[in-house]
Design a binder for this molecule. Structure first.
Ligand code: SF4
Length: 302
């Protein structure tokens, strides 16, 4: 049984065969770290754990792509470079062009996926992205985490739900595909708040949703909160329950980019330790879905 609409299957349908999505480091920074919004960053943030390419800042982005696609297994596949860590629209249009455009010239590249924050757009950047999306497949992933301003403030996100709405509105007006990145298990969030975020996203022109559990990573502010009992993490069973409730409140046509994240103890994972074994976690979640007859959008149609 198909429980949810995966992004992988959407890409396969769109490009006629499985697409190889390749994480790359574009060398951008983040306004929530460089002092523009804040110097502390989000309280859960450690890009080392969140992205396999977070420490490849010294290597030109094009060279990262070339070295990955020269490996066996990439031949003949449509390629989707994915600028993942930090905020990859945080710069001038010239800077963006210098990173993005050479990637698009690589044979086999079918488009571009760009991770960023809702507050990293200027008029010029919107115009450039609109032009880019007319030339190639473009997916913009907006870090959101929650639709509740109280949670965003508590996590020191440095932007509001309204910032997300405004940016989303402009991207949708420009015909650009968007993805919202959300986290389940943030401190202070009840199940009703989590489900409210799903319902709100289902009412917006958001094409994709990327979901994962709160992970506590060493040397983040949340690591201290966890140590002193100010925040907790979800057991896999409870996470599965909340995740499934979330999926059942999204629109059935929204692409699901991810339902669980992983990290290693070597990269600082403190909790929950089930995050270190993604295969087992996915197996557990899929079995939960089977047992509970979970279907994306189910609660919107009954
Ligand atoms: S916006 Fe992203 S890169 Fe910036 S501090 Fe937050 S999680 Fe880290």
């Amino acid at each position: 049984m198909i429980h949810y609409h995966t992004y992988r299957s959407y890409l396969k349908k769109r490009f006629g065969k499985p697409v190889l999505k390749i994480p790359l480091n574009g060398g951008f920074s983040c306004p929530n770290r460089d002092g523009t919004a804040s110097t502390n960053g989000c309280l859960f943030c450690d890009n080392r754990s969140f992205s396999p390419v977070a420490d490849r800042t010294a290597e030109p982005t094009l060279r990262q792509l070339q070295s990955i696609i020269s490996r066996p297994g990439a031949a003949g596949k449509p390629l989707l470079p994915y600028l993942q860590p930090f905020s990859n629209t945080y710069g001038t249009v010239d800077r963006l062009k210098a990173v993005y455009e050479p990637l698009l010239e690589v044979p086999g590249v079918t488009g571009l996926a760009v991770g960023t924050r809702p507050d990293c757009f200027t008029e010029e950047v919107f115009r450039y992205l609109a032009d880019l999306s007319r030339r190639t497949y473009l997916s913009i992933e907006l870090g959101l985490q929650s639709s509740h301003d109280s949670t965003l403030a508590l996590c020191n996100r440095g932007h509001t739900w309204n910032d997300f709405l405004n940016t989303l509105d402009q991207l949708a007006t420009d015909g650009i595909e968007t993805v919202a990145h959300v986290m389940i298990g943030l401190p202070g969030e009840t199940s009703d708040m989590i489900y409210e975020t799903a319902l709100r996203l289902g009412n917006l022109p958001v094409r994709g949703v990327k979901i994962h559990q709160l992970m506590i990573i060493a040397e983040t502010e949340f690591a201290e909160w966890y140590r002193t009992g100010r925040c907790e993490v979800l057991e896999l069973e409870r996470y599965s329950e909340l995740l499934c409730g979330f999926l059942e409140r999204l629109r059935p046509d929204q692409h699901i980019h991810r339902i669980v994240a992983d990290a290693t103890r070597e990269n600082g994972l403190i909790a929950p330790l089930w995050s270190a074994d993604k295969t087992t976690a996915l197996r557990y979640i899929h079995r939960y879905m089977d047992e509970h007859d979970v279907r994306q959008g189910k609660l919107l149609t009954v």
